[in-house]
Design a protein around this ligand. Sequence first.
Ligand code: GUN
Ligand code: ZN
Length: 441
Amino acid sequence: MTPTLYRAAFMHTPSSPFTDADALHIQQDGGLLVNGGVIVDTGDFASMKTAHPEAQVSDLKGGVLLPGFIDTHVHYPQVRMIGGLGRPLLEWLEHVTLPEEARLQDHTYARAVAKDFLHGLRCNGTTTALVFGSHFKEAVDIFFEEAAGTGLRTVAGQVVSDRMLRPELHTTPELAYSEGKALIEKWNGKGRARYAVTPRFSLSASEGILDACAALMNEYPDLHFTSHINENVREVQTVRELFPGSLDYLDTYDRAGLLGRRSVLAHSVHTSGRELGQMAAHSCTAAHCPCSNSALGSGLFPLKKHLNAGVHVALGTDVGGGTGFSMLKEGLQAYFMQQLLGDDGVSLTPAHLLYLSTRAGAEALDMHDHIGDFSVGKAFDAVWLNPPEGSTLQAILGHAESPSETLAALYANGTQADVAQVWVGGDEVYARAEGASSSQL
Ligand code: GUN
Ligand code: ZN
């Protein structure tokens, strides 16, 4: 196979800027040699061209090439209700979200929603996502089928609950186990799909259903686990009342044996010191969803407390509590919210935003040996951000005086319209229709 030499200005964070001052790696005129979907050599373009004269050059002129974005918390059934503003979590679930999720009982509807959802991911440059599935087994099956057709990497699972939602969204521990097992057997490890055991949140989960989740995790040790935690003060209070024998919210999952290296807990806004210590001890990740936390008024994420406790943090869009699929917007909102926290906040640099939206997600999913940056040996999962001719972002990038300014401009101004091309494992999964007017983008 003839290797491809991608010529581009590229940036990536092979390590964490929270612990390594030199984490941001930059090539202004770089070369990435890709063979069989894997990066086999990198460097400046001129020396790469000399070293690999046989390679076919693909010239990504303009803009910047970044590792594909990794969204660690996003709901497939919620794509069509993005923008349901004005309610706090529990009212929003009851009046906006759950009625829409119930519609996925209809297979035709579920397939159309899955297509909309997956398109939303890839046209925003997201190449890997940890996806909250549907309560309906068939709708999860449909999701995996559609995801396989796109080439995206997805970690997803059936959402299970047995109380306090709507009757049609409830299951039983026995069914949760048997349907989960069937989906795992069919999809976990098939192509780019992985399975995540997904109780919706402790508020809608009995101890019995959490035990059924644990039974699946014990039977299949490579599974992922995801749920919500400490998002909203009323939710936290209700969980406390529902689990009088548990120390706190985290303990409801911990007692069931659900926490480990591949556990991702979304939101974690009102998490106590004890919980943070336990999250770190279990090597869990907190998926920070700043747009959602703002839209639902959930609160300001205590990033500093998480970092000080040694809890790993990555970013999620939380569509449709969040306001869209753009990980650029999510990074910017994370920056804003830390600024608002003043001395209690963490001053995030552009390198932090890049790390949080790429490599940190790969670490959360235990996939960092394979994806998340452009090191040799990694899969070529990439997003080429190249603003359209005449756009404001193009004008800003033309005047940026350093790569860090360029990166800051991308996070501050970049949108879906700037995503020119996206690859997963060397396969193109999205290409912007060139020549389209901005109204078509
Ligand atoms: N907690 C339980 N379900 C949900 C959901 O769908 N979205 C958010 N943001 N929080 C939740
Ligand atoms: Zn969520």
